[in-house]
Design a protein around this ligand. Structure first.
Ligand code: ASP
Length: 593
């Protein structure tokens, strides 16, 4: 139907006849001449319709916003003075010979360039219109280029794209499952996969050797943060590899991706242990674009006459950390109060600070509510953080976890507020995670998942599980975890030991993933892999503000689809077939329910 996309037109095509198909972006009537801005996936082109072509003119005259038209015409240079160099097609226009109305359109719920005036609910309800916006199309186009680059790279490295089931058993990824009732097995349920973890491991047992999949995953979590109940992973697994090999392959994949899609050469990926990341940045996904670091000062604070500091400094699970911000002495009281409120979100009870006005003057040159307690140690403290005139030093003192989280988050916030970034892209690998996490409950939890291999032997693991490290690795970029994975356990004795430490008894293990345990008996090769969160990767690469902007049909914070109105009620008939009776009528009952 068309010869060119609107956005492809330019001066090289002058005098050529073209046929365009698209939507009326804007229509202007200039005293007898009609201007149509025609829009399609690739851009916008100006079409001029004059009364010399009466048929075309009549159709153009009746066209309105978002009508679907087919236009045949000749390209000409725009007259001097009406050219628009800011627009890719701004030097030319199409003089229409034929205008055909392919479809009319009701008045849209919002004008595309006025989308900011309506709430996000309206945009989500009419998502198909929202997606007509060039910015949205650009993001989806980039998403497509990203998966294309990733697929090409992995195929080239010998990975096979293999689909795993969507109707499956609960996977032990730790979140709540989405359940699907089975009609043929009354009272039984499928679970939608939280990840293809066990299937990809089984593919390794099968000898497929290298697997990947752009896989949909489902987690029924409360969507506090910017998350989606269904999201996409680039899921990868390989056999006969160690962490060096798999990290090398996937680092190459991301490097290639940034080169292909953004023309960016990523810098080297440093390696950092989990312990070092927590110590220096208070986070296991540090944003290394920000040159601020947490500095431990527990040893200095043990004897100060200030319980808020000396308490945690002397406690086993305590931490006192300083964060120096160069030039930060200019922060106002109001700003500091806001940061105090901010660290409160992470459980910090306060935020102590010292402004260094003039170091040469000793205590006199410092401004701080706490400096009176620091007599005797203040010089050592200032030296340790490298304080100079004009700096501010913030302090966190509490349980180590709270200090790391709160001051770590403050570090990121200050980086953003004061625009401290030293580089555009800062990738790294975080390694040597603890195997288990003690979240205060009766059982230890797996920090990654129960199939992650520890870096010690069975006996050491059993004797001191809390100290055990895992063979897991996370790839982090600009403070976002892009992907994470591990070398897996392929040895039965080790798998049993890990499950025991987790307090998962034989019955529970057999019930949940007996099929994997059984498969490990039949010649499982050493293997490992990882998964990248595609949505977050696209978000980072497009600079989108929310994950919803890079998903064609996203769900809301309450996990609903406003366009299709899902989840919806089902008929009594359907429920009966599934042998399901609702304990309560749904809140808003519809007629057929
Ligand atoms: N299945 C893991 C996840 O979804 C990733 C992996 O270990 O490969 O987080």
């Amino acid at each position: 139907m068309r010869s060119h996309y609107c956005g492809q037109l330019n001066e090289t095509l002058v005098d050529q006849e073209v046929t365009l198909c698209g939507w009326v972006h804007r229509r202007r009537d200039h005293g007898g001449v009609i201007f149509l801005d025609m829009r399609d996936r690739d851009g916008i082109a100006q079409v001029v319709v004059d009364p010399d072509t009466p048929d075309a003119f009549a159709h153009a005259d009746r066209a309105r916003s978002e009508y679907v038209l087919r236009i045949r015409g000749r390209i000409r240079l725009r007259p001097e003075g009406t050219q628009n160099p800011g627009m890719p097609t701004g030097m030319i226009e199409v003089l229409a010979k034929e205008v055909e109305v392919l479809n009319t359109a009701a008045t849209p719920p919002f004008q595309l360039d006025e989308h900011g005036k309506v709430g996000e609910e309206v945009r989500l309800k009419y998502r198909y219109i929202d997606l007509r916006r060039p910015e949205m199309i650009d993001k989806l186009r980039l998403r497509s280029r990203i998966t294309h680059s990733v697929r090409a790279y992995l195929e080239n490295e010998g990975f096979l794209d293999i689909e795993t089931p969507v109707l499956t058993r609960a996977t032990p990824e730790g979140a709540r499952d989405y359940l699907v009732p089975s009609r043929t097995h009354e009272g039984h349920f499928f679970a939608l996969p939280q990840s293809p973890q066990l299937f990809k491991q089984l593919l390794m047992v099968s000898g497929l050797d290298r697997y990947y999949q752009v896989a949909k995953c489902f987690r029924d979590e409360d969507l506090r943060a910017d998350r989606q109940p269904e999201f996409t992973q680039i899921d990868i697994e390989a056999s006969f590899i160690d962490e060096e090999a798999i990290m090398g392959i996937t680092e190459g994949m991301i490097r290639q991706l940034f080169h292909d899609v953004l023309d960016v050469e990523l810098p080297a990926f440093p390696r950092m242990t989990y312990a070092e990341a927590m110590r220096r940045y208070g986070s296991d996904k540090p944003d290394l674009r920000i040159p601020l670091e947490l500095v431990d000062v527990d040893d200095l604070m043990k004897d100060v006459d200030f319980k808020v500091f000396s308490g945690p400094a002397n406690a086993d699970d305590g931490r006192v950390a300083a964060l120096k911000v160069s030039g930060g002495a200019k922060l106002t009281r109001k700003e500091i109060d806001e940061y105090t409120r901010f660290v409160g979100i992470y459980g910090a009870k306060g935020l102590a600070w010292i402004k260094v006005n003039e170091r040469a003057k000793g205590l006199e040159g410092l401004q701080s509510p706490i400096v009176k307690f620091m007599d005797g140690i203040v010089e050592t403290l200032l030296d340790r953080v490298g304080a100079e005139d004009g700096d501010i030093i913030f302090f966190g003192a509490d349980k180590a976890r709270i200090v790391s989280e709160a001051i770590g988050a403050l570090r990121v916030r200050l980086g953003e507020d004061l625009d401290l970034y030293t580089q555009a892209w800062a990738p790294l690998w975080v390694v040597d995670f603890p195997m288990f996490e003690d979240d205060g409950g009766a059982r230890l939890q797996a920090l990654h998942h129960p199939f992650t291999a520890p870096s010690c032997d069975v006996e050491t693991l059993r004797n001191n599980p809390v100290e055990a490290l895992s063979r897991a690795y996370d790839m982090v970029l600009n403070g976002t975890e892009l992907g994470g994975g591990s070398i897996r356990i392929h040895d039965q004795a080790m798998q049993r030991a890990v499950l025991e430490v987790l307090g998962i008894g034989e019955d529970e293990a057999n019930e949940k993933f007996g099929f994997l345990l059984e498969a490990l008996k039949f010649g499982a090769p050493p293997h490992g892999g990882l998964a990248f969160g595609l949505d977050r990767l696209v978000m980072l690469m497009t600079g989108a503000r929310t994950i919803r902007e890079v998903i064609a049909f996203p769900k809301t914070q309450s996990a609903a689809d406003l366009m299709t109105d899902a989840p919806g009620e089902v008929s009594a008939e359907q429920l009966k077939e599934l042998n399901i009776r609702l304990r309560q009528k749904p809140k808003v009952a519809t007629d057929e329910a």
